[in-house]
Design a protein around this ligand. Structure first.
Ligand SMILES: *[C@@H]1O[C@H](CO)[C@@H](O)[C@H](O)[C@H]1NC(C)=O
Ligand SMILES: *[C@@H]1O[C@H](CO)[C@@H](O)[C@H](O)[C@H]1NC(C)=O
Length: 144
């Protein structure tokens, strides 16, 4: 996994309640936030941001090896190049979770540090199927 781009569509739904129970929520509406960013996940080379921390005994620990778990602290940028301005970090773990090596299970916090979303986080979790052109991962929660 060298570079992944994510397009996050977050719909924040206001609670819908009956007027009698919670009239103050009535005027709130859905808000959609579109964020495009690039995650630079470097597990080889000089500036490693993802380290193998566990794996199947007597087998090679690598991205495509079933059972290999990585801890990561990856740079998130708003533009494609890794030298572009950082907008946040992707911090967490992923583990190869397919016997044929074709899938990783991601468990990460996207911690935003740019002006617009500073301090906000998104929790992502799900299947990262390496050989699919487009991969979708769930946003399970967030803060800020
Ligand atoms: C690695 O990081 C150092 C210092 O953080 C930086 O000067 C250098 O350009 C980076 N090199 C690569 C190949 O990422
Ligand atoms: C983000 O918040 C931290 C802590 O409140 C602050 O130190 C930092 O300057 C902020 N960064 C930006 C880009 O606003």
């Amino acid at each position: 996994m060298l570079l992944s781009s994510f397009i996050i569509l977050v719909g924040l739904a206001a609670a819908t309640s009956s007027e009698a129970v919670a009239p103050k929520y009535k005027s709130q509406s859905l808000k959609e936030t579109n964020i495009v960013f690039y995650m630079h996940d470097l597990s080889t080379g000089h500036n490693i941001t993802a380290h193998a921390i566990a794996g199947v005994p007597q087998s090679k620990w690598w991205t495509l090896g079933f059972g290999t778990a990585f801890a990561c602290d990856d740079k998130l940028t708003g533009a494609y190049h890794w030298k572009s301005n950082q907008i946040g970090r992707a911090q967490g773990i992923y583990v190869n979770s397919a016997l044929d090596g074709s899938d990783a299970h991601l468990l990460m916090s996207l911690v935003f540090t740019n002006k617009e979303f500073n301090g906000s986080t998104l929790e992502i979790q799900g299947a990262d199927r390496f050989y699919q052109k487009y991969r979708e991962v769930s946003v399970v929660s967030g803060t800020g």
